[in-house]
Design a protein around this ligand. Sequence first.
Ligand code: HEM
Length: 559
Amino acid sequence: MYHTLLSSDPMNCSTLSASAIAAGLVTCVACRDRSIRGDYAALAFACTVSAMYWLFGKYPMMPDSGPTISTTIVVSVYALTTLLVTLLYRISPWHPLASYPGPFAAKLTSLWLVYISSTGKRCQALEELHNRYGPFVRIGPKHMSINSASAVSLYLNTEKSEAYRYPGHNGVVALFFKQDTPELHRGRKRAWQGFFTPTSIASLIQPLARRTWELVETLDRRQAQDPQGVIDLAEATNQWSHDYMGDIVFGGCNALDLMKNGDPHRIVDTGKEAAGLFDSISHAQWLLDILWRIPATENMHSLESLAAQMTRARVKSKDLPEFRDLTSYLLEAEIPQNELEADSIVAIMGGSDSTSAILALSVYRILAHRSYYDLLRQELFEAFPDPMAHIEMDELASLPILNGVINETLRLYSSDFNGRIVPDGGMVIDGKFLPRGTIAALAARAIQMSPEHFFPAPEEFRPERWSPQGLGPATVTNKAVLTSFSFGPHYCMGKALAYHQMRYALTRLILAFDMDFEKGFDPEAFNDGLLNMRTVLMTKKLRVSIKRRPGVDLEKHVI
Ligand code: HEM
């Protein structure tokens, strides 16, 4: 009966197409407000196509053409319908974000944001879009970038977007990544909290001093080994921050020791590549779900296995350091092994990357504007006439040029896209309504470069703007919009520790060495080569010529 009913090919072809269109429409309606797991969707699609092929082989709809043609018709019509309806809806006046301006391609697909992010120049691209379209710009089907101080409120009560899901959806709870409920995040943040109390941070200063003296020795050694007396500063600061984070996360079981052994397994670069990949692809979470399953993302997995090894060693170890490491707080909170491993990746990456980048970029900036190098030297030489002397953190916190250099470097270089999801009921910012489910973020660079918040010369490196007298009576320094450490429930827990690290290491470097760029170094080309992808990727080396200062005797350092 089935064969009799569908005996003519053209008619069956129409039946197949109509069914495929109907299925496409149902898919569009069903998936409209859901985030779809790319790997499951791809698997379901492959299974359905295979089943269809088998079915058409057994019960031919178009006996003259065979199962391949029938399957191809259904799959193509279904895919085309789904794609067309989705794209048309996104640019239609019925889309909830239809009233917001933005690039046409961005409205069609989140792949636009993936592409812009992968260039490493997303913050500049968004700044240009804000100049063209105004403070509210639609930068994806559901994504908004907002250039307004009021958007800080977005961070106070909202949750992270799907772009923060732990890759692989393995159900792991880890700080930084998106959790299924805010309670899971709060619980994990509580487990970490003890590690960042003032008492705990005070106990982490001695290991910091030890590793920073090792940084000075490492630079001195590498300088002596180089025929021109030149070192790669960013390479060394990266190794320093990873070694230090390894110490304070894994206690005596830190196997990193990168300053001593170099980085033969490319741990630093691997971490940065993983962060860069995550930062761009995660805007199309479905794509990350698929790529996570294929070898192209092996780098991301290799960091996981290293962290797992060190965590296992630390859990078994009886040989604990004189300070309480992060793992001891997490063990006390009875966090399971797989989550300990994930949290330790967060700590190593989160704690090393930005701190070392801002330290290296602070040196880059003062060498590029030598008057600030001279001012900083003057301030530090007066405060610490003996370059080998013990340094108190409180004293560093009170030095205006030192802190101005660090804050100004943070302002110029920290410009992440920290997307938050608008909750049920929507939100109103500056009188504009953002519907539920919108992924919105503060346009960090645009806001940090705006004369409304930083005046005068917002595009320039001017550390004095952070001091009480600023750059004169008309100075505007709106500290409340500096997005570097984020705001609200997901703010950076390591902010106080990061300031200690940056102040202490920058001071030691300035007291220990005379510095200049390598002959022929092009500061502008270096700056142009910086890619901001949550981490700062330096496509050009920061080659600095250093010479140990008189009075610096590395045999006699005090911790
Ligand atoms: C200059 C240095 C640093 C900068 C600019 C920085 C910046 C940030 C930012 C912007 C966030 C929020 C990310 C988001 O919402 O997408 C964050 C989160 C975080 N940071 Fe930092 N960070 C720095 C250093 C550190 C250090 C030294 C640690 C110590 C381990 C640390 C630990 C964390 C943790 C645990 C989170 C996640 C908090 C949460 O999910 O609730 N950071 N950081």
